[in-house]
Design a protein around this ligand. Structure first.
Ligand code: MV4
Length: 447
């Protein structure tokens, strides 16, 4: 049975993205918001809204009892967690189910396995997904670490099992560096995640970050929808994403996509998922899997014409996928620029009142955003304020359209990263698609 009313446990552009899918499907929407977000666009656009707590995320967007209460008083039958916040919290997914509601996402067990990076890697290996050579599970002592490192060869990287997103990572080029790295990673992980469990991998020096979008239904049908190249990052924050990756051929894309899809079929995975790989010298190495909708999902939608959020909701309502793999076509090229309310020179957050707002438009231009003229950006949350997504028949046309759209874009009078994106378009490496995970930070942003 299709849902009648969905609570969207999120804010900003993502909450609006989910509302748009709901509206097109005839589903009522309930926004939740903190006291700092009373005048946010996601509240204005929803059919109903419920205030769930004070500004701090911990007390509002992460407040499970308050979100369940919002569902109860509004009579909703499902909860969509959006991106971030509670979207990859297996206990939340379970609690939602235990309250007779549907969690719009994968099964709690699958979220849990992928949340533990050691368990995720073991599962990936079992499913036939290639991984970076490394320790067989957790490492507890320096001696153990040295044995593994001597086997796989230096340099090695020490990672937190509870990590992801780069926290608690340490690189070691020698035996002496390794004992320090283990200790540092363990204490950093303990402080950040409450678990000091770490593991080791061979350190790949100059890979690209390539992720495969997959979608599975409750009937064992799994599709892949191509890849996204997310190598342009700063301090583990993505800046710009594109698809197809300039580094892959059609054949390579098909091979890794089919591998990812058949692995997820074996896993019994349902809903949207993203399998993250490092890609170096023609090889793919699994690093993590995200069991949720992603910030950069629009570029996949632009080249496939496939509504990922609508499909995600349909799958949770028990509907089968309507298309087969041979009906998935990658058409043209798409790029997403993350526009943050930040100083483009030092990336310091720059919240405040938006006095002027003129978003770009025209053929092949999409804006996913929750801002408007007169809106005051609160200082409590992520600084992403707008996603500019552009589509073109070729990468070249996509780049020309992106430059045109960035030139039209006015967000005054706060600092944003629009100028950074314009500068990127002037860079030879970017225009030629010649970049890896370190290029932006080590070359483009360095004086
Ligand atoms: C790595 C790596 C090199 N070798 N693993 C960073 C975040 C986390 N998701 C995985 N990360 C990395 N894992 C091995 N074996 C380099 C990184 C990495 C990185 C990965 C993707 C995008 C940007 C990055 C920036 C620095 C380091």
């Amino acid at each position: 049975m299709m849902f009648k009313k969905i609570v969207i446990a999120n804010r900003g552009d993502v909450a609006i993205r989910v509302q748009r899918a709901c509206r097109e499907m005839g589903i009522q929407t309930v926004a939740v918001h903190s006291t700092a977000d009373s005048s946010a666009m996601h509240v204005r656009l929803a059919d109903e809204s419920v205030c769930i707590g004070p500004p701090a995320s911990k007390e509002s967007y992460l407040n499970i009892p308050a979100i369940l209460s919002a569902a109860a008083i509004s009579g909703a039958d499902a909860i969509h967690p959006g991106v971030g916040f509670l979207s990859e919290n297996p206990s939340f997914a379970q609690i939602v189910q235990d309250h007779g509601l549907t969690f719009i996402g994968p099964k709690p067990e699958h979220i849990k396995v992928m949340g533990d990076k050691i368990e995720a890697k073991k599962m990936a290996l079992q499913l036939g997904i290639p991984c970076v050579p490394g320790s067989d599970g957790a490492i507890t002592t320096k001696e153990e670490a040295v044995l593994v490192a001597k086997d796989i060869g230096f340099p090695v990287i020490v990672k937190a099992a509870a990590g992801g997103g780069g926290k608690g990572m340490q690189i070691a080029f020698s035996e002496t560096e390794l004992s320090n790295a283990i200790q540092l990673a363990q204490s950093e992980a303990e402080a950040a995640f409450g678990s000091g469990e770490v593991y080791i991998e061979r350190y790949l020096a100059n890979p690209r970050h390539i992720e495969i979008q997959i979608v599975g239904d409750k009937f064992g049908n799994v599709l892949h929808l191509g890849e996204r190249d997310c190598s342009l990052q700063r301090r583990h924050q993505k800046i710009l994403e594109e698809t197809p990756s300039p580094a892959l051929t059609k054949k390579v894309r098909e091979n890794i996509g089919n591998l990812a899809a058949s692995a997820m079929k074996k896993f019994g995975y349902e809903s949207l998922g993203t399998i993250e790989f490092l890609h170096e010298n023609g090889e793919f190495y699994f690093i993590e899997m995200n069991t949720r909708l992603q910030v950069e999902h629009p570029i996949t939608e632009m080249v496939t014409g496939f509504d990922l959020v609508k499909t995600q909701i349909e799958i949770s309502a028990g509907k089968p996928l309507k298309i087969r793999q041979n009906e998935v076509n990658i058409n043209g090229h798409s790029i997403e620029c993350r526009i943050n309310a930040e100083d483009p020179d030092n990336f310091m957050p720059s919240p405040g009142k938006i006095t002027d707002y003129h978003p770009p438009g025209g053929l092949g231009v999409r804006i996913d955003s929750g801002i408007y003229s007169g809106y005051e950006i609160p200082p409590y949350y992520d600084s992403l304020v707008s996603k500019l997504i552009v589509h073109g028949q070729s990468r070249k046309q996509c780049l020309a359209r992106l430059r045109r759209a960035l030139d039209e874009f006015v967000i005054g009078n706060i600092k944003t990263t629009i100028s950074l994106h314009k500068r990127l378009l002037d860079s030879k490496n970017f225009v030629e698609g010649d970049y890896d995970i370190h290029w932006l930070e080590d070359h483009f942003l360095k004086p």
